[in-house]
Design a protein around this ligand. Structure first.
Ligand code: PMV
Length: 363
């Protein structure tokens, strides 16, 4: 049914901006309801973000059916709407207002849709923040400021929890600098159900970590993360992998605290290669790197060896390479990237990102 929302009064509204994040310890393999098989740790990015506004409008018909209009980049997007309906079906019992009102959602990314950058972390966290903000407005009968909401530990947990229901890694995008998700003895207050901020675990040099994303291909991912995670069910190396993630995290934590880039970088690369190796020997098998990814990796390692500059890489479940380095070396690394790596990027595309502050309310 087409709803004429333009004529409708807005009951409550909220707009939030949320960044993408890059995992150093990877989440790969999950139990029911996006409960991770192992803890993960990520850095929060800045430039790659989603901005989402949610408006509550009166329902046109009296039924419990969700009424939703979804606009992406100002155009109505039916395919995204259908995906979102599954998310809303799983959270409808938790947000009573979804039964009582219709929703109009506008969303846009700061990065092009076809840049090969996964937007699920930024988009679900921005959406969850807007929904939790509206819920608070309705229960307090007035809007809260960004400061009030971000200082409310329960609100953050709830927002991270519902971000996770949308996409596991989204629950880590809320926090300044870095986040840990997944229960582990190595990190106090860690939980399988939501991410926690990890700023206190970082040496100051890691707070200005740079991440230049080298776009080896902007095509849609060959394997969705849903399929990817499911490949870990019955994977011959699953148990070993989950143990390895725990021990990589245990070894990473002192390095993050000490500002030890070498240990950090070795672990980051080991995690990235493990993720891809797991996919290569899954059943069915997938190769998500392309020839340019491999050339970039070789070039980064050889530049590191010859220059002694602490520049490392990580990979997501796709061919793009994330170049990780301290801000103090940015000038030299960017020269190297322009000279040696841009030719391996699709149309020379690179996004020079860096750590950021997490979710923000947009006025
Ligand atoms: O959040 P998902 O289901 O899209 O899975 C993310 C998986 C990786 O990006 C490969 C790793 C991670 O921890 O972010």
């Amino acid at each position: 049914m087409e709803l004429n929302y333009k004529r409708m009064k807005t009951i409550a509204a909220a707009t939030w901006k949320s960044p993408s994040n890059i995992a150093i310890i990877k989440y790969w393999g999950k139990k029911k309801n996006q409960i991770p098989e192992n803890p993960s740790l990520s850095f929060t990015l800045s430039k790659c973000f989603t901005e989402t506004s949610v408006s509550l409008v009166p329902k046109e018909t009296k039924s419990d059916e969700l009424q939703l209009q979804f606009y992406f980049d100002k155009k109505e997007n039916i395919a995204f709407r259908l995906r979102l309906l599954n998310f809303f079906a799983s959270i409808q019992k938790d947000f009573k207002f979804l039964n009582d009102y219709g929703l109009v959602i506008h969303s846009a990314n700061s990065f092009p849709h076809s840049s090969g950058i996964a937007s699920s972390a930024s988009s679900y966290s921005a959406l969850a923040a807007a929904l939790c903000d509206i819920e608070t407005q309705l229960s307090n009968k007035k809007a809260s400021s960004e400061k009030q909401l971000l200082a409310d530990a329960k609100w953050i947990k709830r927002t991270s929890y519902f971000s996770r229901i949308g996409s596991g890694s989204a629950c880590r995008s809320l926090f300044p600098y870095a986040s840990v998700w997944g229960e582990t003895d190595a990190v106090k207050n860690s939980s399988d159900e939501y991410g926690i901020g990890a700023e206190n675990l970082l040496h100051k040099d890691f707070k200005t970590l740079c991440d230049s994303i080298l776009i080896a291909s902007s095509r849609e991912k060959v394997v969705s993360s849903r399929v990817g995670h499911s490949l870990m069910k019955g994977h011959p190396f699953a148990k070993t992998r989950y143990k390895q993630a725990e021990s990589n995290l245990e070894n990473l934590l002192p390095a993050l605290k000490a500002g030890d880039w070498e240990t950090f970088g070795n672990i980051a690369e080991n995690e990235a290669m493990t993720l891809h190796a797991l996919m290569m020997c899954s059943n069915p098998s997938f190769i998500l790197m392309n020839a340019h990814t491999l050339s970039m990796i070789e070039s980064i390692r050889s530049f590191r060896n010859s220059s002694k500059i602490p520049v490392y890489f990580t990979l997501d479940a796709g061919p793009n390479v994330h170049l990780l380095y301290p801000k103090s070396y940015a000038k030299k690394v960017l020269e190297f990237a322009d000279y040696e790596l841009s030719g391996l990027c699709e149309d020379g595309k690179m996004i020079h990102d860096f750590t950021g502050n997490g979710i923000e309310k947009v006025k």
